[in-house]
Design a protein around this ligand. Structure first.
Ligand code: HEM
Length: 511
């Protein structure tokens, strides 16, 4: 009798249809985040994020979603993104009550390192163990490594100037920064400046892209990490091979360093790994094991080299695309720095060079390179209010730095324009704008390598702009980027180089 009343649907698709309908109705109408606006598909599935990452335009897509839906946007079934003015404080500066989400587990290559750790106690212990290496005193001991590598870079530029051949600044800066990182991280000599072959550069993009893709569906991470090895998809296998290659390089460097360290117990600690090799657990006195050391060494390369070289390349790209601003920077350098030093010290440069400083900040604002999601989990049992909306416990919440840096309600209607002058108007505006500038993240998990990055940015930009005339070889003026979670200039940055004589200020052709 029942069979006569119930239509004869094939059992599995029919059941699936009902389940999907119930799921959609729940996510759209009854889920605690149902009222948060956002793209339809994003409220149903993490695949929306996956797809945006695949487009290599993730930060632009997040900014666009904010433009369409407002300062609070649901970009995953359990993910909410913010550009409201209070969001940086609420999400990143609330300490341990907002730990990192499971997204970060996707970055684990050996053990979780300081970047990926979700255990807050372990994180603060590791950060203490590392902090001396990253301090101002620690960095001053690295100065000779920076200078030696700048001199090597200058030799390459001198040759190009003499032979009147163009040079790709993006490439030479990447070689410079990789060599610097190898030395300051664990005394390794990568020789990429000497070899000058793109294959010498580490496959950082592969590792970051793989991690961001896997992390975008963090609830199924333990399964996807295993399954991915068996998927016959060449580009995915390529990403896995990239991560493996990075692991092998790091393992080799750490083993060499460990052997040396056992012979040089009392030697002055200059590189970052030295400090970790000497670190002891405050309670047990135990040293870090090989995997701990390799995890952190892996991170130094991944987090330090490409981020800094991309930032520098983008800074040069913006200056070369805006010749009138470049000229102001060069005039400021001419007034403040003696001619022809091999490499300038960065001490005091930020105050001495307000125009360059404004350009550095504006470059960080318009093109922060660390644009991957930086999600935190709300652990407060009753949830918290952010941007005037109540967000329940267990939700992943993020600020995409690219999106908040482009928010017209914070930066004004010209928020998409590279305009360093916005930093030079008055001190009150500058102080308030700095609260919304977060290229290095914010709060207790913010970048520990910030001073290393800033030292290199100031040293290299002043040294090159004081001693060379640079002119973009291509007529392309628009600075286009692509993102695998870390952003970089989408094209090369070919320039013509001319060595400057004292007092020979460049006159850009387009002026
Ligand atoms: C322009 C260059 C750089 C940028 C834009 C940058 C950006 C960032 C950001 C946004 C974070 C925080 C991520 C989060 O909240 O999850 C971070 C963390 C970190 N960065 Fe950097 N970084 C740069 C250079 C460096 C350098 C040179 C090093 C080291 C050699 C470094 C090492 C680290 C480490 C170890 C962390 C984890 C800190 C922690 O969780 O306590 N970074 N970086």
């Amino acid at each position: 009798m029942l069979q006569l009343l119930v239509p004869n649907f094939p059992p599995i698709p029919g059941g699936a249809f009902v389940l999907v309908t119930v799921y959609v109705i729940y996510q759209r109408l009854f889920h605690p985040l149902a009222k948060v606006p956002g793209p339809f598909w994003a409220s149903l599935t993490d695949l929306w994020k996956f797809q945006q990452l695949l487009s290599l335009q993730w930060p632009e897509k997040v900014a666009k979603a904010h433009e369409t839906y407002g300062p609070i946007v649901r970009l995953g079934p359990n993910d909410v993104y913010f550009t409201s003015p209070d969001s940086i404080q609420s999400i990143y500066k609330s300490g341990r009550s907002m730990p990192k989400s499971n997204f970060y587990s996707a970055f684990t290559a050996f053990k979780p390192n300081i970047f990926g750790m979700q255990d807050e106690d372990l994180h603060s212990q590791r950060r203490r163990q590392m902090s001396r290496g990253f301090s101002k005193t620690g960095i001053s001991k690295m100065e000779q490594v920076f200078d030696k590598n700048i001199i090597q870079l200058r030799k390459k530029l001198d040759k190009c100037a003499e032979s009147q051949t163009s040079v790709d600044l993006k490439e030479v800066i990447a070689y410079y920064m990789y060599d610097v990182l190898g030395e300051i991280a664990f005394d390794a000599t990568f020789n990429s400046q000497t070899e000058s072959r793109p294959e010498c550069l580490p496959p950082i993009n592969e590792h970051i892209f793989l991690s961001c893709l896997l992390g975008s569906s963090s609830s199924i991470l333990s399964v996807s990490r295993k399954v991915i090895h068996h998927l016959p998809i060449p580009w995915l296998q390529n990403l896995l091979e990239g991560r493996k290659a990075l692991q092998i390089t790091t393992e080799k460097c750490v083993r060499v360093k460990m052997e040396q360290a056992s012979e040089e117990e009392d030697k002055e600690k200059v590189n970052l790994l030295d400090h970790l090799l000497a670190a002891k657990d405050p309670e047990t006195g135990a040293r870090l094991d090989f995997e701990d050391l390799a995890s952190e060494a892996f991170l130094f390369i991944v987090a330090g080299s490409h981020t800094t070289s991309s930032t520098l390349t983008l800074l040069f790209a913006h200056l070369l695309s805006n010749p009138h601003i470049l000229q102001q920077v060069v005039e400021e350098l001419d007034e403040n720095l003696p001619f022809s030093e091999a490499a300038y010290s960065d001490v005091g440069l930020e105050n001495k060079l307000p125009i360059l400083t404004a350009c550095v900040r504006e470059n960080f604002r318009i093109n922060p390179v660390f644009t991957m999601p930086l999600p935190r989990v709300i652990t407060a049992p009753g949830g918290i209010d952010i941007g005037g909306m109540h967000i329940p416990q267990g939700t992943n919440v993020s600020v995409c730095n690219y999106a908040i840096h482009r928010s017209a309600s914070i930066w004004g209607p010209d928020s998409n324009r590279f305009d360093p002058n916005r930093w030079l108007r008055n001190i009150e505006d500058t102080e308030s704008m700095l609260n919304y500038l977060m290229p290095f993240g914010a709060g207790h998990r913010a970048c520990i390598g910030r001073n290393i990055a800033m030292t290199n940015i100031y040293k290299l930009s002043t040294t090159l702009l004081r001693n060379y005339n640079l002119e973009q070889a291509s007529k392309e003026r628009e600075v286009k980027t692509q993102s695998v979670g870390l952003d970089e200039l989408a094209t090369d940055l070919k320039v013509w180089i001319q060595k400057r004589d004292e007092g020979n200020t460049p006159v850009p052709q387009s002026l």
